[in-house]
Design a protein around this ligand. Structure first.
Ligand code: PMP
Length: 340
């Protein structure tokens, strides 16, 4: 009899099934080319599978540190950036975390899992953060989470607003999962602001969501603190090897980012007034099209709350985007301004 003993949590759900077009998880539509996979396999062949991975992920941290010209002491690696979020909600002293809805759900998911209260400072009408409003709520905050570009709205957050939040001195996690598509990152501010934590991932622009590799850039003290609480072997040799090899191929990532951004802009134009501007690899679309798209074998992200009646669509391959547009045209009918 375990009735009443298991705590009840709202699970993190994704759609599963045999659909043709998947534009729901902001993945890259491009898999790694076979040659790069081979390079990863070659490296892996040399490694002993019977041994645990290096306990504080040094091989991967060294590759990332070298890429940025930082010290390994400024880099922590996680099994996806989600794992790092699960630590960051707990790492600091204070009563609650601050989030800025509508935003990425995992900040409040992990906070609630750890019974940490969440104070919400909603985004403004144009989906930008209000630095002063956040600062007003920051007094007893453990940490403040800001995504830039934000998911699911797609916009970069203004630097001056982020600076206002950093000036509170509270730990600020700037989640830049989509920064490569925006062409802007504030990672260099970690020198000036020891309370800034930059969160990045290999799941989006690098096209390695299946590998589970995320990282953060921050001051030495914070990185050191992470490694005091982190699951010791959560980043395996496959993830570390993939990171090392992927960073050798930054030029390919840049090419693909360019292609995705071009497709994003093409799609946005075609959607006319239905799509919001985006600095990421997805578009927020003001159309209650989730069911209609699913019927046409296209999976997108259904949004709720303030974004009820909106969907978030990941930029896919050209043919996928065309199929999506065709379906939207059928669903929206006369509402679709512009067109291909
Ligand atoms: N941050 C944001 C804003 C995201 O959208 C995502 C993925 N959907 C993540 C972090 C997590 O990425 P991962 O765990 O794959 O690194």
């Amino acid at each position: 009899m375990i009735n009443g003993l298991v705590k009840s949590f709202q699970p993190y759900r994704v759609v599963e099934g045999n659909y043709r077009i998947w534009l729901d998880k902001n993945e890259s539509p491009f898999d790694l080319p076979a040659e790069i996979k081979e390079e990863i396999f070659e490296e892996l062949r040399k490694l002993p599978f019977n041994r645990y991975p290096q306990i504080v992920s040094l091989p991967a941290r060294e590759s990332i540190a070298e890429f940025y010209g930082l010290s390994v002491k400024n880099v922590a690696v996680g099994n996806g950036s989600d794992e790092l979020i699960s630590y960051l909600v707990r790492l600091f002293e204070g009563d609650y975390i601050i989030t800025t809805p509508p935003t990425f759900g995992m900040y409040s998911f992990y906070a609630r899992l750890n019974e940490i209260p969440v104070v919400e400072v909603p985004l403004g009408g144009d989906f930008t953060v209000d630095g002063e409003a956040i600062a007003e709520q920051a007094k007893n905050a453990r940490a403040i989470f800001i995504a830039s570009p934000n998911n699911p709205t797609g916009n970069l957050q203004p630097e001056e607003e982020i600076l206002k939040v950093l000036e509170t001195g509270k730990p600020v996690i700037l989640d830049e999962a989509y920064a490569e598509f925006a062409g802007r990152s504030l990672w260099k501010l970690i020198d000036e602001y020891p309370n800034l934590i930059i969160l990045r991932t290999f799941s989006k622009a690098f096209g390695m969501a299946g590998i589970r590799a995320g990282y953060m850039l921050a001051g030495e003290e914070i990185v050191d603190a992470i490694y005091r609480i982190k699951s010791p072997f959560s980043v395996g040799i496959m993830t570390m090897t993939a990171i090392k090899v992927a960073l050798r191929h930054w030029n390919l990532v840049e090419e693909r980012v360019k292609e995705i951004v071009e497709e994003r802009e093409r799609l946005r134009k075609a959607l006319g007034g239905l799509a919001y501007p985006s600095d990421a690899n997805f578009l927020l679309v003001k159309l209650d099209a989730y069911e209609g798209l699913l019927k046409r074998d296209i999976v997108v992200r259904k949004l709720s709350g303030r974004l009820e009646g909106h969907v978030r669509v990941t930029i896919g391959r050209k043919w996928e985007n065309d199929t999506f547009l065709e379906a939207v045209r059928e669903i929206a009918g006369g509402d679709l301004v512009g067109g291909l």
